[in-house]
Write a protein that binds this ligand. Structure first.
Ligand code: ADP
Ligand code: MG
Length: 327
């Protein structure tokens, strides 16, 4: 079974108190006051699957495990509040490693103004597992989900993609070297959640749907289109890429835009915007967040959740090799 088929096995009927159940970046539940929602997410990092212990430091792992969860909170237009942390630690792990991990995790919570309120700690036979659960809050009128995209909306991203995937490739193939490899590897080990960006975009009515990019723009856009019952077209050359990624793709002889579209672990935001309000939103986003909102495509007619790709005006068949846990 594929990951999505397994998740489907766990779907159950939910009551009216569940505003959004499985299938979005966070679950959306009743809030602490009548005008708010509580959002909750969990994302697990497993040694060997998501990281190699000898390559990532305890500090980097602590920050990354929180960032990937905060990114789901940002995707809803919400602000994080509380975190639980469950840990599985093998016997071989040193006290120094655990101490460094704990210190970094707490420092990051302080920096993000969130409180660690619980968790679970267990001995595992041989792998480290880190599993935060993050709660957040959002005004009802500012909630964004994956399901609001409409025909004619512009498809946008909030930053460059593909660096993390290239960083991972450099770690996997040690013989590979590229001029910007430090920056690509950093993107893989030290992603940041776009909380300020998500919060700003949540308040903007012109934003019709939003999610974060964890599995790559191509795979994640398909999910957004499925939730919104739409289709989309992407102009690959509009996808923002770093100069380091350009160098890497030149060296490894692959198309940089295709590589970036398939990416993964980018943790930028992917959103759809009402076309008439785009220029104003782009300008406000630049003043508020100090970065560009980049339009990469458009929501088109149809309901099949299909994405058509174009490169310099020509149809482009994207090799669909984005990450799938259960193949
Ligand atoms: P994200 O990448 O944003 O964290 P995922 O693709 O991992 O989202 O998960 C998709 C959706 O499926 C999420 O809403 C998540 O809560 C839900 N989900 C994943 N695994 C399970 C499970 N075992 N039981 C119920 N829901 C699940
Ligand atoms: Mg997500």
């Amino acid at each position: 079974m594929k990951e999505s088929e397994i998740i489907d096995l766990f779907k159950m009927k939910t009551g009216e108190d569940v505003i959004v159940g499985p299938g979005d970046d966070c679950a959306v539940l009743p809030g602490v006051s009548f005008d708010q929602y509580t959002v909750v997410t969990t994302d697990m990092l497993i040694e060997g699957t998501h990281f190699l212990k000898d390559q990532i430091t305890a500090k980097q792992l602590a920050k990354k495990s929180l960032a990937v969860n905060l990114s789901d909170i940002a995707a809803m237009g919400a602000q994080p509040t509380y975190v639980f942390l469950s840990l599985a630690l093998p016997k071989e792990i040193s006290d120094q490693w655990i101490t460094e991990f704990a210190l970094a995790f707490k420092n990051e919570c302080l920096r993000q103004n969130i409180t660690l309120v619980g968790g679970d700690t267990n001995r595992s036979s041989n792998l480290i597992v880190v599993n935060p659960v993050v709660h957040g809050t959002v005004l009802k009128k500012h909630l964004k989900t994956r399901s609001g995209a409409r025909k004619g909306d512009l498809i946008c991203v909030t930053g460059p993609v593909g660096d993390s995937r290239a960083g991972l490739r450099l770690l996997q193939v040690q013989s590979l070297t590229s001029p910007g490899s430090d920056s690509l590897i950093k993107a893989h080990f030290e992603p940041t959640a776009q909380l300020q960006e998500g919060f700003f975009l949540g308040r903007e009515a012109a934003v019709t749907a939003m999610m974060d990019v964890s599995d790559g723009v191509a795979a994640d856009l398909s999910k957004l289109l499925k939730s919104s019952n739409c289709e989309g077209s992407i102009q690959l050359e509009k996808i923002p890429v770093s100069s380091e990624l350009k160098d890497f793709c030149c060296l490894t002889k692959q198309n940089v835009f295709e590589f970036a579209a398939l990416g993964g672990e980018d943790y930028v935001l992917l959103l759809t915007v009402n076309e008439n309000n785009f220029l104003k939103l782009q300008s406000d986003f630049r003043s508020e967040c100090g970065k560009d909102l980049i339009c990469i495509g458009k929501i088109t007619d149809g309901s099949s959740s299909k994405v058509s790709y174009f490169l310099n005006g020509q149809n482009y068949l994207l090799k669909n090799s984005s990450f799938e846990h259960f193949e």
